[in-house]
Design a protein around this ligand. Structure first.
Ligand code: SF4
Length: 377
């Protein structure tokens, strides 16, 4: 089983906190880009990778909902022809409210998309303006109604939290509104200020944008508690799902399973040896010219050593509630987790524990995951 990630690096505007590879005002390139995606797929097929059928496809960005349904369908048809799309494949498209219509959603559904991930961010108008988002609360409601009408029964919302001035009440209000709309999946992301973004400039000028660590931690615990009471499983640091509705594509990443990436800036991973990572240039000119020369724009970035692969297995696995199986680790690497990382485990203390043969991080451990995980490096 393998995954396919399709990167769509186009947005209507650039959000002031965003450091993803996405371009505003370049939508005129979308037709050429859509056409290139199928070329990129054919380059992968010629190289014999991933050598397995596809169980998940994820159109991410950027704003994939700027793609016409026809273009989405063309990528899926080509992927099926070249690699085989499993009949129960999970096919997700990220969409921003304000870029959708009922007709478009019907089109995506007919093209084969069966999971929609909506970039809601907040249901409050003042938060959306603070975050520089182009949509308004009314667009969110409309998109959800249309999505259901078009036949989507697997909906996810992205929400943001932890920004300066956001009260606990407002945060709980967002969670309540989300739960009232009965999504199958919720992703909660704390606002961070990334170098090179307009928010970083504002911060340099003394503007407060992010709340304190204490506030962030309190909101993280509140969300776990609130969503747990509403039937959601906290299955990864930032992700919650109704039972059986985990995002299978993201599990491919966290389980270190193979996936191919197409599109400028897309990464790929193959399990050969101890694993190898590939990346396509995050530069449209370069991307188009590689394809025009008949080359695969994705180049091999790194091959993992056994030790690096062991670290990454833990680093990714401990993000998830399923954790890391001691038996699988032992079978794959010929060494148990405790034998491979005795000092790291000692330093992590009770933030990591082994139960029924699996290593897991506690909720309190997840709160300081970035800090704790350094112990493995
Ligand atoms: S819509 Fe998403 S990808 Fe595009 S600029 Fe905003 S945060 Fe970045």
């Amino acid at each position: 089983m393998a995954g396919l990630y399709v990167h769509i690096p186009f947005c209507q505007g650039k959000c002031p906190y965003c450091d993803f590879f996405s371009l505003a005002g370049a939508q005129h390139l979308l037709p050429q880009y859509s056409f290139s995606l199928s070329h990129h797929l054919r380059q992968w097929a010629q190289s014999g990778k991933p050598g397995e059928s596809l169980a998940t496809v994820f159109f991410g960005g950027g704003t994939p909902s700027l793609l016409e349904p026809k273009a989405v369908g063309a990528v899926l048809e080509e992927a099926d022809r070249l690699f085989g799309l499993e009949s129960a494949a999970e096919i997700t498209l990220e969409a921003n409210p304000g870029t959708l219509s009922l007709e478009k959603l019907h089109g995506y559904r007919s093209a084969g998309v069966n999971r929609l991930s909506l970039g809601v961010q907040s249901f409050a108008a003042e938060n959306l303006s603070f975050l520089g988002r182009l949509h308004r609360p009314g667009d969110i409601k409309e998109s959800i109604i249309w999505a259901r009408r078009a036949g989507f029964d697997n909906l996810g919302f992205d929400l943001m939290f932890g920004f300066y001035g956001q009260t606990h009440r407002a945060f709980l209000g967002d969670l309540q509104r989300a739960v009232d709309l009965a999504p199958q999946h919720l992703s909660l992301y704390g606002l961070t200020v990334e170098a090179g973004t307009p928010f970083a400039e504002l911060e340099k000028g003394g503007r407060l944008l992010v709340g304190t660590d204490e506030k962030w931690a309190a909101m993280f615990r509140e969300a776990d508690d609130f969503l747990g009471h509403h039937g959601f499983c906290h299955y990864e640091i930032s992700n919650y799902a109704q039972p059986g509705r985990d995002c299978r594509h993201n599990l491919v990443y966290w389980r270190r399973l193979p996936y191919i990436g197409i599109g400028a800036g897309a990464h790929s991973f193959f399990a050969s040896g101890w694993g190898e990572r590939w990346a396509a240039p995050d530069d449209l000119g370069h991307y188009f010219s590689r394809l025009a020369e008949g080359e695969n724009p994705s180049l091999r970035l790194e091959g993992f050593s056994r030790e690096q692969a062991m670290r990454e297995t833990l680093y990714l696995g401990l993000r998830t509630a399923e954790g890391v199986s001691e038996a699988d680790f032992q079978n794959h690497f010929g060494s148990g987790v405790a034998a491979a990382f005795p000092r790291a485990l000692q330093h992590l203390g009770k933030n990591v524990h082994k139960e029924e043969g699996r290593w897991r991080m506690t909720l309190e451990g997840w709160l300081i995951y970035d800090h704790l995980i350094q112990e493995f490096f």
